[in-house]
Design a protein around this ligand. Structure first.
Ligand code: FES
Ligand SMILES: [Fe+2]
Length: 487
């Protein structure tokens, strides 16, 4: 299902209020086919044809709203929201064999440790020993558990203490000791963690990149040194592609050659149409094509942080998750998959070499080789010559460099939003609305139901009189064995 008469919120300054919506919401140039009268006190967007200073002011986020969206530690509303989902926690390759070394995992500001025991079971437990708090990362992974290197207390994958060598076994002391732990399960190339209430884990995720055969998918992750939200907002802001990434569209092996690139590069004023869908949004960017037709690039955003970039030609389809490490760092997860064929050797080699949405690393880490400490290896000559727009090479680092340059947590009270930011505006409000409903009423947020994962991006040329939400409806749903819709 795509759009329906679902409620939408556009109110940003005062208490959010729900207004009825019919059909799509064209915030693009503020053509708002909204029915019903705004409630008294409604101070959100008004159905006008231009964004005014008044609109811009009301779209700005207050500090407390920014805090709400960006803070995901234990006890925060957005932290509670994130803890409703299965989240990517590690690459499967990080725990390659039974009894391999444990891996530190910081996620949602919690310091945890992942390990794989002698029987192949995965565990995600508190990093610190219950005895006197040393890091279990130094521990010995042996005989079905992780043994602390200090005094030998041992834990299984559920965090249950199974041995306290200094105490008589008959005392049963160790049974009273249990570390915090979360389920960690493999699906596709990812180990997924669920950090919410233990009595109600949701069904496992069904993202298409994780359910196609292994030879059709590739996944990487990189450290991004800023808050998750500003990174994610880059992923749903497809207007920057015509600027920041323009040099790479025609040179990157995982992007070049697609007809759609020409539309991207020739129309710098995309019109945005944002449509609510059950798990989040479809964000359509419309550019001019031949004969009065339009080229649409349609990006699904599924709560809280999943996006899929619209495809280009027969290249694999890529996309991201942005998972908070803490409030000032996140993991940018980047996948590439093809719905109906194996990735070629050449494609995989390019991905491993940092092409497309992937990157090269500081050896032995997931930190990009080009990072803020070396100014992302900016090449001013390449910038001047127009080889790259910003002088930074590669899609991933182009994004990271600018998003990190905003500071660890961007101050959204100082923004000046324009119509191409509509997807971002609506995503923020879906997130705030869902967090409020979850915290106050226990409402399961969008994106938890695996049915919400079965979305696709699409790129398509449509006649001017066709709405993408109708004309591309099938293309926006994942269908096993059916190729992506692409230009
Ligand atoms: S601190 Fe771990 S066993 Fe003592
Ligand atoms: Fe980008």
């Amino acid at each position: 299902m795509i759009a329906g008469p679902t409620p939408a919120i556009y109110v940003l300054r005062e208490e959010p209020r729900v207004i009825p919506q019919i059909g799509c919401c064209r915030l693009g140039r503020l053509e708002l086919p909204i029915s019903g009268k705004p409630e008294i006190g409604w101070r959100g967007l008004r159905p006008r044809t231009r964004m005014t200073d008044w609109d811009r002011n009301t779209l700005m986020l207050r500090k407390e709203q920014n805090d709400l969206l960006t803070q995901t530690g234990p006890g925060t509303p957005m932290g509670q929201l994130f803890r409703s989902y299965w989240l990517p926690a590690l690459l499967v390759e990080e725990l390659p064999e039974n009894d391999c070394p444990p891996v530190r995992v910081k996620i949602l500001s919690e310091r945890l440790l992942a390990f794989r025991d002698s029987n192949g079971k995965h565990g995600l437990i508190d990093e610190f020993c219950a005895h006197r708090g040393v890091s279990l990362w130094f521990g010995r992974n042996e005989e079905g558990g992780l043994r602390c290197a200090y005094h030998g207390w041992k834990y299984d994958v559920t965090g249950q203490c199974v041995d306290v060598p200094s105490e008589p076994r008959a005392s049963g002391y160790c049974q009273k000791i249990k570390l915090k732990s979360y389920p960690l399960v493999k699906r596709g190339p990812v180990l997924w963690a669920y950090m919410g209430p233990p009595q109600q884990p949701p069904p496992l995720p069904e993202w298409e990149f994780a359910t196609v055969p292994p030879e059709q998918t590739f996944l990487s992750k990189r450290l991004q040194e800023c808050n998750w939200l500003q990174a994610m907002e880059g992923g749903i802001d497809s207007s920057h592609v015509s600027f920041l990434h323009r040099g790479d569209l025609s040179s990157d092996p995982l992007f070049k050659g697609a007809k759609g690139n020409e539309y991207n590069l020739s129309d710098m004023q995309p019109y945005f149409e944002v449509v609510e869908q059950p798990g989040g949004l479809y964000i359509g960017a419309r550019r001019n094509a031949e004969n009065g037709n339009y080229y649409w690039r349609i990006t699904p955003w599924v709560m809280p942080c999943f996006t899929m970039i619209p495809p280009r030609g027969d290249h694999p389809v890529h996309g991201h998750f942005w998972i908070p490490i803490d409030d000032e760092n996140c993991w940018a997860w980047s996948y590439d998959f093809h719905p109906v064929r194996a990735l070629t050797r050449r494609e995989v080699d390019a991905m491993r070499d940092g092409a497309g949405v992937h990157c090269k690393y500081v050896p032995g880490s997931y930190r990009p080789l080009a990072n803020k400490d070396n100014d992302y290896l900016i090449d001013r000559a390449a910038q001047k010559a127009g080889k790259t727009f910003s002088g930074v090479a590669g899609f991933a680092i182009q994004d990271a460099s600018l998003q990190e340059s905003m500071g660890p947590v961007c101050d959204r009270s100082k923004e000046n939003l324009v119509s191409t930011d509509n997807g971002i505006i609506m995503a923020r409000h879906r997130l705030m609305r869902a967090a409020k409903a979850l915290v106050e009423k226990g409402v399961t947020p969008p994106g938890v139901d695996p049915a919400h994962h079965r979305v696709r991006s699409a790129s398509v040329v449509l006649p001017a009189d066709q709405a993408f939400k109708d004309a591309a409806k099938e293309a926006l749903t994942s269908r096993p064995g059916v190729a992506q819709t692409t230009v």
